[in-house]
Write a protein that binds this ligand. Structure first.
Ligand code: NAD
Length: 449
């Protein structure tokens, strides 16, 4: 009986197809590539509601979030259609007489793309579109939990007039399909997003055979709230960043570091807002938080709640399993008051769980923010330009947000972290340290205070 999961042999056939297609595609014109990417982007955008429905049903994020993600995937393809026409080169004077040096950018080759389940359209789009734009060919493995989104994306790509073999979808397990990408000498570069444990394994194997590798892994992102912050806005940033998308975002803020003078007021207000959130079916109008993605993730979330209680973190709100009219892995969003050594304050949970850490002052808050092996993103809520600018320079992360939730980034700028969160070049461009997203009106409002 045919299986929906590819085995190693089938994976190697797909890799071979990508390799065979490389000479032709890598020399295609930028216009040809731009046209293909634009076509893909147009179809995704035209079908964003339907794709969003598919995504919400499969992964469990709410329908508005899912439609937003589908639209973003379309915009990413459109953006890279334009980028295909803007591939730069340089002419340099030679140190030798009568010689000119051309510096050009060339495709890397066959790119193996290994994606997680939490953004099953946007993350693959953010990897596939640049790979194709710059003349590489692709083998793509979606996460096992989201095959339908992977299929839908591949189906759209298959109608874009790409030559056969340039893009290949391979469904299957990480151990079999993913590992085959990692091991194959025909795969020149690997782009992986997922957990630290898998990333480490891929890094070892890929560097051993000198493949280029880009890893985006976990986070334990801090959101600092200073005493001079607009408290209502800070609570909304925490709520959005920590709990929306069921907390299943690498950029989620799971450590809320609050300066002592506003600590109690912040916690009281956040608790109040948590009580007002509606946990329910992803497709139901008014749902704020959908179900946890699967049983294993729910069990992990519950285990961390148990650990937090056992280690002495103070329970403020939530964490209970919830019954809803339709079956699903529902739990209420959880909040704890923790100390920096608690595991809930140190380890990535990847669920709707956050903890608050009390800080004596700004310097203490910054030290707490940096006290983690991760370094994906960090946020600060403040009306002080001085502290916002200092935080931007000294938070040991790839991306800093000011008066914004930590989650939520632009697709046309580099995305990546530091320390244990990332390895290799940032997605969509070379890593420039400290991509700063900030709410301009708020920062200016802060200036006038
Ligand atoms: P995961 O590591 O379990 O799986 C990610 C992918 O790797 C899947 O496609 C899986 O099949 C594959 N895989 C598993 N074993 C493999 C192996 N031995 N060789 C090759 N591939 C293998 O992660 P997940 O549970 O799908 O995603 C959640 C994790 O992803 C979280 O830790 C989260 O922080 C992280 N994440 C990071 C970012 C970021 O940009 N930093 C974005 C989203 C998610």
């Amino acid at each position: 009986m045919p299986s929906t999961r590819a085995d190693r042999n089938q994976t190697e056939l797909a890799i071979r197809a990508a390799s065979d297609a490389l000479p032709h595609w890598s020399h295609s014109t930028p216009q040809r590539r731009a046209d293909v990417l634009d076509r893909i982007g147009s179809e995704i955008l035209a079908r964003k509601d339907e794709l969003g429905m598919l995504l919400a049903r499969e992964e469990g994020k709410t329908l508005p979030e899912a439609v937003g993600e589908a639209a973003r995937a379309g915009q990413i393809f459109k953006f890279f259609a334009g980028e295909a026409l803007r591939i730069p080169g340089e002419i340099m004077a030679s140190v030798r007489p009568g010689i000119q040096v051309d510096v050009t950018r060339e495709p890397v080759g066959v790119v193996g793309i290994i994606a997680p389940w939490n953004f099953p359209l946007a993350i693959p789009a953010w990897k596939i579109a640049p790979a194709l734009a710059y003349g590489n060919t692709v083998v793509f493995k979606p996460a096992e939990l989201v095959p339908t989104c992977g299929w839908a994306l591949a189906d759209i790509i298959s109608r874009s007039t790409l030559p056969a073999g340039v893009f290949n979808l391979v469904m299957g397990s990480g151990r079999e399909v993913g590992q085959a990408f990692v091991d194959s000498p025909l795969v020149h570069a690997l782009s992986f997003t997922g957990s630290v444990a898998t990333g480490e394994r891929i890094l070892q194997a890929a560097t051993a055979r000198r493949a280029k590798v880009q890893l985006e892994m976990g986070g334990k992102n801090p959101l600092v709230v200073l005493a001079d912050a607009d408290l209502e806005q800070a609570v909304e940033c925490a709520l959005q960043g920590s709990y929306f998308s069921t907390g299943q975002r690498c950029t989620a803020s799971s450590r809320l570091i609050v300066e002592a003078p506003v600590h109690d007021a912040f916690v009281a207000r956040l608790r109040q807002r948590l009580a007002s959130l509606k946990v329910g079916h992803a497709l139901e109008r008014g749902t704020d938080i959908g179900p946890v993605v699967d049983r294993a993730q729910l069990d992990q979330n519950q285990a961390y709640i148990e650990i937090a209680r056992n280690e002495g973190a103070e329970h403020v709100w939530g964490g209970e399993l919830l019954e809803r009219p339709t079956p699903g892995h529902y739990m209420s969003p959880a909040l704890f008051l923790a100390r920096p050594e608690h595991r809930i304050a140190r380890e990535e949970v990847f669920g709707p769980i956050a903890c608050v850490l009390r800080a004596d002052d700004y310097e203490h808050a910054l030290a707490l923010a940096n006290d983690t092996p991760f370094g994906l993103c960090a946020g600060i809520c403040t009306t002080s330009l001085k502290h916002a600018m200092h935080f931007k320079r000294h938070a040991e992360v790839g991306m800093t947000m000011v008066n914004l939730p930590t989650a939520g980034v632009d697709f046309h700028v580099p995305f990546g972290g530091r320390k244990g969160s990332s390895y290799g070049p940032a997605r969509a461009g070379p890593l420039r340290r400290g991509v700063l997203h900030h709410r301009q009106d708020r920062l200016h409002a802060g200036l006038s205070h």
